[in-house]
Design a protein around this ligand. Structure first.
Ligand code: SF4
Length: 306
């Protein structure tokens, strides 16, 4: 059964490369990571996205998209010219002072982008990193829309986060998702629950998918590491039009009964307790990679960086 998706957002994983290697990063961002979109590929995906007539926003993230600054700015410009709202997510390593941050952000403001700033104990020594503060000051000076992304720590040892940074409210505190690097680095400190509790994916509604991610290898992800096609092999618009979670061997059980159904469908061995649904899901997917290499890909998403 093919569903007519009302896709609202396309997230470009512009590169998996990052200057940092945060413990909670579920795409295994790293200085060692390879790959970045070419401008030709970006234009192709954007015009394919436009054909769908349902998408309102383009997100540019990574990895750290500012590492490929001219390509990132060009993506924002092209997306904005096509009428999409543009959001860029960054750890702000480049915001050494407010004045310098204005130089970095001025072209983003010109392209009518908004900026999401990652700030927490994974990215620095405080909930509010100096780089995030500088970027926020610069964004406000440029009238650029700015938001803050803050992720919880695995234990409650740390002080509570402030309500705002440089006058911008911290919205929701994001839960850690125990997949990717988080599933190895943070798992020791996590509280665990019986595996049978994870009967639903808490973050994606695959039967009514509203966003997808696309990476520099062309893979279109329903959840990061679960591919529904490759846009370098088939037009992106066709992948979305033909999307059917019920015919995808991994999405089908996830839709019907979450990670528990994935374990049961393939009779996979498992522990008695997991940190969250993503932890159980990721553990199951690792065991299934050899069986479904075209779906459970790329290697990067499973920590195989060499
Ligand atoms: S890892 Fe599994 S449970 Fe977590 S968001 Fe993705 S599909 Fe859902």
């Amino acid at each position: 059964m093919v569903l007519l998706l009302e896709l609202k957002g396309v997230h470009f994983l512009l590169t998996y490369r990052c200057d940092l290697e945060c413990d909670h990063c579920f795409v295994w961002g790293s200085p060692k990571a390879k790959g970045v979109f070419t401008i030709k590929q970006i234009k192709n995906v954007l015009s394919e996205t436009k054909k769908l007539e349902t998408v309102s926003y383009i997100a540019i993230e990574g990895g750290e998209p500012f590492l490929y600054y001219p390509i990132m700015v060009k993506t924002a410009e092209e997306a904005s010219a096509l009428g999409f709202r543009v959001e860029i997510l960054s750890n702000c390593y480049w915001a050494t002072t407010p004045e310098d941050a204005i130089e970095w952000l001025a072209p983003v403001a010109k392209a009518k982008g908004a900026i999401g700033v990652s700030s927490d104990f994974y990215h620095g020594d405080d909930w509010a990193t100096n780089e995030a503060k500088n970027a926020i000051i610069a964004a406000k000076a440029l009238n650029l829309k700015v938001g803050i992304n803050t992720v919880k720590n695995p234990t409650a040892e740390l002080p509570n986060p402030p309500a705002e940074i440089e006058g911008v409210k911290i919205g929701a505190l994001w839960e850690i998702m125990y997949r990717g690097r988080a599933a190895t680095k943070l798992i020791e400190k996590a509280n665990k629950k019986p595996w049978r509790e994870f009967t639903k994916c808490p973050y994606e509604n695959f039967a009514k998918q509203e966003r997808v991610h696309i990476d520099p290898f062309g893979y279109v992800h329903a959840c990061q590491g679960i591919a529904v096609g490759n846009a370098w092999q088939k037009p992106f618009s066709k992948i979305i039009q033909e999307y059917s979670p019920y015919e995808n061997p991994i999405l089908e059980p996830l839709v019907s009964g979450g990670p528990v159904a994935l374990i049961e469908k393939f009779s996979l061995p498992h522990d008695e307790a997991y940190a969250d649904a993503c932890h159980l899901c990721y553990a199951a997917r690792i065991m299934l990679r050899n069986k479904y290499p075209e779906v459970l890909t790329p290697d990067q998403m499973y920590g195989e960086l060499e």
